[in-house]
Design a protein around this ligand. Structure first.
Ligand code: HEC
Ligand code: HEC
Length: 432
């Protein structure tokens, strides 16, 4: 078997039921420039609402009436190569995966009525058919406004430890609340207003009672959306997964050379003799474990502005609390998965690299020199054949994926006027 980095197995569980944690979403903060980002996050990165946390407002959370609940656990078959959805370490104990919750999350994920003017849904920027992203360099939100970070994929975020490029949210549940109130994503609105708008839709109220034993709440919306993402965006059973689970012919020689350069030893039962140096490309120093990420933050020099001698986006440094600020976090971003990389172009937090060839050029030259450059970023001296092999290996990491057509609800529940929006219209960004 291949060596899995021990750290992957030791990753602690996601924070429990953080449905009440409010997190500011990115695009606005990033758009307003580095210093503002720092000012808004540094004191309290996950600032709770201005409420008494022991008895939150009723639109945030309600005590469930268990006698109303009509729901059952959803058995999920995890694709080959991915770890099980273990409670506590992968799925928060406060948010078990159920059938009703998954279906509710699916509706909310594709429903543009979560946005202020009914034009933007989560799927506008995280469209399953576009690698759970939007294909753009940076995202376009409400009124055609642009941010300056690339929409990361939702693929396998079930296993993620920190959400956002700078890791400022600890869970999918916490993350989902950010875009809803981000002025350039789903619009400048209060969570209370969104919850009250969703309460106008009778079928949602009924479903919330069956799933949570409560009326529509932000806590329930976040939990349902997170459950949908956790299950629907799982992607494995790539050629590589077939190889590591015993089908030694699933990858060709170029893909195997790429795997070895990337940093993974061939299966001991495989007769293939590597002709390249193990880990020459150093990729597993950061892209390790079942989801090919160490869940850490590194500076590769992407977005370093040599003329101004500063980072266009300060990244991880912004949400680090005072007393824990680390200069090396300036311009550092979360290591993304490289599973399905062929589906998620363009690349990096700013979408600045268009192809996997450009990504490889960046690594081969050792990144862009800057004061916080990760110590593992060194010129690699890969030959053009070796580069082609690493890219072939990344392509062998393309897994089975669910299509938008499979996931899109047939119809969204009708509003008070009896009409329901077309979820397909929201797959196109406003003004695009
Ligand atoms: C206008 C485009 C846009 C919309 C709408 C949007 N997002 Fe995002 N999403 C982004 C961008 C850009 C980021 C990265 C921001 C950052 O890192 O600061 C992001 C980050 C994320 C992440 C973190 C992934 C990771 O690996 O860190 C998840 C999960 C996510 N969004 C889910 C959602 C959900 C759920 C919704 C709907 C409630 C939503 N997004 C709405 C653009 C969007
Ligand atoms: C020092 C840690 C580190 C090493 C070594 C490393 N990566 Fe990365 N990788 C990252 C980080 C961090 C990012 C995001 C950087 C950013 O956006 O500024 C990233 C981004 C990527 C992306 C873009 C993914 C996306 O969705 O945007 C690809 C593809 C990738 N790396 C492949 C590789 C390959 C192939 C190698 C080996 C040649 C490698 N990486 C080596 C940390 C690393």
């Amino acid at each position: 078997m291949m060596p899995m980095k021990a750290r992957w197995l030791l990753v602690p569980g996601l924070l429990l039921a953080s449905g009440l944690v409010l997190v500011q979403h990115s695009m606005q903060a990033a758009a307003e420039g580095g210093s503002h980002v720092a000012a808004s996050f540094q004191d309290e990165p996950n600032k709770p609402p201005d409420e008494d946390p022991a008895s939150p407002a009723e639109f945030l959370w309600q005590r469930p009436d268990p006698s109303l609940i009509r729901d059952e656990p959803l058995q999920v078959t995890v694709p080959k190569g991915l770890p099980p959805l273990t409670p506590k370490t992968v799925v928060p104990l406060g948010n078990p995966i159920t059938k009703g919750k998954y279906e509710l999350g699916r509706l909310l994920y594709f429903d543009p009525r979560v946005s202020l003017d009914g034009t933007v849904s989560c799927a506008t920027c995280h469209n399953p058919d576009k690698g759970w992203s939007d294909g753009g360099k940076v995202s376009t939100g409400i009124d055609g406004q642009r941010g300056n970070r690339n929409a990361p994929t939702v693929f396998n975020t079930a296993y993620g430890k920190n959400m956002f490029w700078d890791g400022r949210s600890p869970s999918l549940e916490g993350q989902a609340q950010g875009p809803m109130i981000n002025p350039i994503e789903m619009g400048e609105q209060k969570h209370e207003v969104i919850v009250k708008r969703i309460r106008q839709i009778p079928a949602y109220r009924e479903t919330f009672r069956k799933v949570f034993g409560t009326d529509v709440t932000l806590d329930g919306m976040a939990k349902a959306i997170a459950t949908f993402e956790r299950v629907a965006a799982l992607s494995g059973n790539s050629k590589y997964d077939q190889y590591v689970t015993g089908d030694l012919k699933a990858m060709n020689e170029s893909e195997k050379r790429g795997m070895v350069l990337f940093g993974i030893r061939p299966d001991p039962d495989d007769e293939y003799e590597p002709t390249v140096e193990l880990q020459k490309a150093k990729c597993t120093l950061c892209h390790a474990g079942a989801n090919f990420t160490d869940e850490e933050f590194h500076n590769l020099g992407v977005g370093w502005n040599e003329a101004k001698k500063k980072h266009d986006d300060i990244g991880r440094w912004a949400p680090e609390p005072i007393g824990q600020k680390d200069d090396l976090s300036l311009g550092a971003f979360k290591t993304p998965t490289v599973r399905n990389a062929v589906l998620t172009a363009p690349y990096m937090h700013d979408g600045s690299l268009k192809t996997l060839e450009e990504v490889m050029d960046h690594y081969n030259k050792g990144g862009n020199p800057n004061p916080s450059l990760d110590e593992d970023m060194k010129p690699l001296k890969l030959t053009s054949e070796e580069i082609a092999d690493v890219i072939a290996f990344m392509k062998a990491l393309t897994g089975e994926v669910k299509t938008t057509a499979e996931l899109l609800p047939k119809a969204l529940p009708p509003g008070p006027d009896g009409k329901s929006p077309d979820p397909v219209a929201a797959l196109t960004a406003p003004g695009a």
